[in-house]
Write a protein that binds this ligand. Structure first.
Ligand SMILES: Nc1nc2c(ncn2[C@@H]2O[C@H](COP(=O)(O)OP(=O)(O)OP(=O)(O)O)[C@@H](O)[C@H]2O)c(=O)[nH]1
Ligand SMILES: [Mg+2]
Length: 414
């Protein structure tokens, strides 16, 4: 029997004592003692500075860290009530968010911002930018907009951004950025979905929230936050499980009837309003190892030969075979990649296991990232951004490929 709540008994007790808050900052964590104190202190300062007179609270939902992560939050919250403790249920960032949504509901809060616990570039203004639009009624869901180094955010750049944009027709540049703002009503909508035993309980949470907001057609705004500096990950070495969880969740959502109805009708894409003046920033450098990516592409090609023949359209499969044979990932350009992604989206219509489909796409993601790194390596931030935009346009242009593949074998509609 799945747990009906992600709140552990100590958190429920602490919330009962707190009774009410108007505004909440939620922080998910797992072994972040080195960085979370700074995040909690800045969040407290943001709440006090920008929302004086409001009842505020910080909620830290932790994955059972033994390094004193939650103690750091309590020590640094600087006069703002801090409810910090373990969540219960499947381990993962999404379960931590579930506990935060429940806390928002129990406290009767109007608005909540969530921020990652490994952030180093967070400032008090971030809290204003994420919560302010909700409080002022300008938006019901706020995504972050920040400059990330061209080798950071590769899941965002290669699939979360371009696929979300092409499917649902909205240019949400950071759909899985980790920092968000939302109202109390939307927190309840998230909670009521039957997703908490799936990859949404792990790293699928961000794309689940953003896609849910798009499907419900709530007003979305992007908050400009400057640069994102956090504990970065090397895409080849660290990002396999995260890719599977994010992409598996995208596939599970995209095949829901209400999603299909929306993406069938969406052509092109619309801008999403930005809060704050976008000023150019050059983010701190992040490393990425191309040899690891190429090696993982090759190893994945061996393991996936049969499933690729079955899942990918013939011309995509042929190009991929050529790239495998030559050991050169450049053929996995933006257009080829868009069609490969659509082949996998279409396969999810009949194949139940979306995590398995995401795993079949993973070696191609490694190849795409290797190619992308080469495409942007000599470019500045603005130049790299143009490459990501052109890849997103490839997704929009190739959408007919998805519509065709999806209809194959579908009962004819009258
Ligand atoms: N409670 C809980 N929190 C987690 C878990 N895994 C990650 N988090 C938190 O989720 C947030 C984001 O995790 P990161 O590992 O920084 O991932 P990320 O920054 O989204 O990923 P990249 O952009 O690819 O580096 C951080 O606040 C983590 O502490 C987990 O298993 N349990
Ligand atoms: Mg991080």
């Amino acid at each position: 029997m799945p747990e009906a709540t992600a709140l552990s008994a100590p958190m429920r007790d602490a919330l009962r004592k707190q009774e009410h808050a108007d505004l909440v900052v939620g922080i998910p964590s797992f072994r972040n003692a080195a960085t979370i104190g700074h995040v909690a202190r800045v969040a407290a300062e943001g709440l006090r500075t920008y929302f004086p007179g409001r009842r505020v609270a910080i909620v830290n939902a932790d994955g059972g860290s033994q390094d004193g992560t939650s103690d750091r939050v309590r020590a640094e919250a600087d006069g703002v009530p801090a409810i910090a403790g373990p969540y219960q249920g499947p381990s993962g960032k999404g379960s931590a968010f579930r506990a935060i949504f429940e806390a928002v509901r129990l406290l009767g809060a109007d608005a909540c911002a969530v921020v990652d616990s490994d952030l180093r570039s967070i400032t008090p203004e971030w809290i204003e930018r994420l919560i302010g639009p909700i409080v002022r009624g300008q938006a019901e869901y706020v995504t972050p907009l920040y400059a990330r180094h061209k080798f950071d955010g590769t899941i965002t750049n290669t699939i979360a951004y371009p696929l979300t944009r092409a499917l649902y027709g909205a240019r949400v540049r950071q759909p899985i950025g980790g920092e968000f703002g939302f109202g109390g009503a939307l927190a309840t909508v998230f909670l009521e979905q039957p997703v908490w035993e799936t990859d949404v309980a792990r790293f699928g949470i961000d794309i689940f929230m953003t896609t849910t907001a798009l499907l419900r057609q709530v007003r979305i705004a992007q908050a400009f936050l400057g640069a994102k500096i956090h504990d970065p990950k090397d895409p080849g070495a660290d990002l396999g499980p995260m890719f599977t969880q994010v992409v598996g969740t995208m596939l599970s959502l995209a095949r829901r009837p209400e999603a299909v109805a929306m993406w069938r009708g969406a052509t092109g894409s619309r801008d999403v309003p930005v809060i704050g003046d976008v000023v150019p920033v050059e983010p701190e450098a992040v490393g990425a190892s191309v040899p690891i990516l190429v090696e993982k592409f090759r190893a994945g090609a061996d393991a996936n030969r049969d499933s690729w023949r079955e899942l990918l359209s013939p011309e995509v499969a042929d190009t991929v075979s050529g790239a495998v044979a030559s050991g050169d990932p450049h053929a996995i350009n933006g257009e080829l990649w868009a069609r490969a992604v659509y082949d996998i989206v279409a396969a999810a219509r009949t194949l139940a296991d979306t995590a398995e489909l995401a795993r079949a796409l993973l070696p191609l993601y490694f190849a795409r990232v290797a190619a992308l790194i080469d495409e942007v390596k000599d470019l500045d931030h603005a130049g790299a951004e143009r490459v990501v935009e052109s890849q997103a346009l490839s997704f929009e242009r190739a959408k007919g490929h998805l519509l065709e593949r999806w209809s194959v074998g579908e009962p004819s509609r009258r």
